[in-house]
Ligand binder design. Structure first.
Ligand code: 5MM
Length: 343
């Protein structure tokens, strides 16, 4: 394990002003996204969409790394440059999602565990050889009556820890994504309690497996009420609760925390990240607090594009603008008046 290399990649991913674009939608997920714009999900449309995102002029001012789906790691720009090489040229670090999706937890109708450990090391060597520098694995936890179960938490966090140590052996920085889902009618307090439990167990297992924390990134959910809960929370409350949980659970060796957007609107995800960074600027924290958004960066861009090459330029302008706003939020410098500005 090359610890200096792992630490340097992790730190570059969370450099000041920058964050990560999650463009690693699996085939089923991208199909759902394309359904929303009435576009068929085939190889060619997926390639064109990813090219639109990655070739957005100046996007490297705000984006430090991009998480790809396996298919995209084998694809090229229209001029024939591989996407991985293109990102290197742009000084954007290429990474790849290496979990293989969710399967039912044995004996449970309600809970899922993440698959992908079989043959993982061989796949990782392949990704490293083509130039990827980091990887991502997502575990999900549902809040509900008696959920998540201790069995689901234990099983998922052990898998996360095994994935992380195998990745570091191949000198790939593991992004650790334990996502407490915002689906449901639970309160913000329930999200707080569950996230605290999940993150506590996550770091217990990462330590048990000897994972080098300085060479990792955490990708957690923010502390939010469920999306069908009656009472909504202010960004300040979300920020306070999020930071409190992180302080209780995340060791100071971790270089950076890059939040997922998890189904928030683009504006909510920006506003809440901004409130978190305003807090962080008041009280110093050991980690960088940044973003690794999928929908939080792409929703309006995708709608604008709608699969039409005539819309590519205006869709790229929207993507650059959303990335600039999210970068401002990552510094605690966002305000909703910027939504209509030219920054
Ligand atoms: C972009 O979506 C990623 C892959 O999800 P699937 O395996 O379900 O296709 C996902 O892991 C993503 O990186 C995170 O959920 C963050 O995305 P959001 O949209 O929540 O910011």
């Amino acid at each position: 394990m090359d610890k200096d290399h792992l630490n340097s990649i992790a730190k570059t991913l969370v450099s000041k002003h920058k964050g990560i674009l999650a463009a690693d939608e699996s085939t089923g997920t991208i199909e759902k996204r394309f359904d929303s714009i009435n576009l068929v999900s085939n190889l060619s449309n997926r390639r064109s969409y990813r090219e639109l995102l990655f070739t957005t002029p100046n996007i490297n001012k705000y984006i430090s790394g991009i998480i790809l789906f396996d298919e995209t790691t084998h694809q090229n720009t229209i001029e024939g440059i591989s996407f991985v090489n293109l990102l290197h040229k742009l000084k954007i670090i290429p990474g790849v999602k290496v979990d293989q999706g969710l399967q039912s937890l044995t004996g449970s109708d309600d809970e899922m565990i993440t698959s992908g450990l079989d043959g993982l090391e061989t796949r990782l060597i392949g990704y490293k050889n083509i130039g990827c520098e980091f990887v991502k694995w997502r575990a999900v936890f549902k809040i509900g009556p008696k959920l998540p179960t201790q069995n689901c938490i234990n099983t998922n966090v052990r898998l996360l820890a095994k994935y992380a140590i195998i990745s570091q052996k191949i000198n790939l920085v593991p992004i650790i994504e334990p996502e407490v889902l915002m689906d449901g009618d639970h309160s913000i307090e329930e999200c707080f309690k569950t996230t605290e439990q999940v993150l506590t167990e996550t770091y217990k297992q990462l330590n048990n497996y000897g994972v080098f924390l300085e060479g990792t990134i955490l990708k957690p959910n923010m502390i939010l009420p469920g999306n069908s809960y009656t009472k909504q929370s202010t960004p300040e409350e979300i920020a306070m609760k999020t930071i409190t949980v992180l302080k209780k659970t995340v060791p100071s060796e971790v270089p950076g925390i890059t939040f997922l957007s998890g189904g928030q609107t683009e504006e909510e995800a920006t506003n809440n990240l901004n409130a978190i960074n305003i807090q962080a600027n008041i009280t110093q924290f050991p980690w960088e607090l940044s973003f690794s958004y999928g929908r939080g960066l792409q929703s309006t861009t995708l709608k604008k594009w709608s699969g039409k090459s005539a819309n590519k330029k205006s869709a790229q302008e929207i993507f650059l603008h959303r990335s600039a706003l999210t970068s401002a939020a990552r510094q605690g410098k966002y305000s909703s008046t910027l939504e209509k500005s030219n920054i």
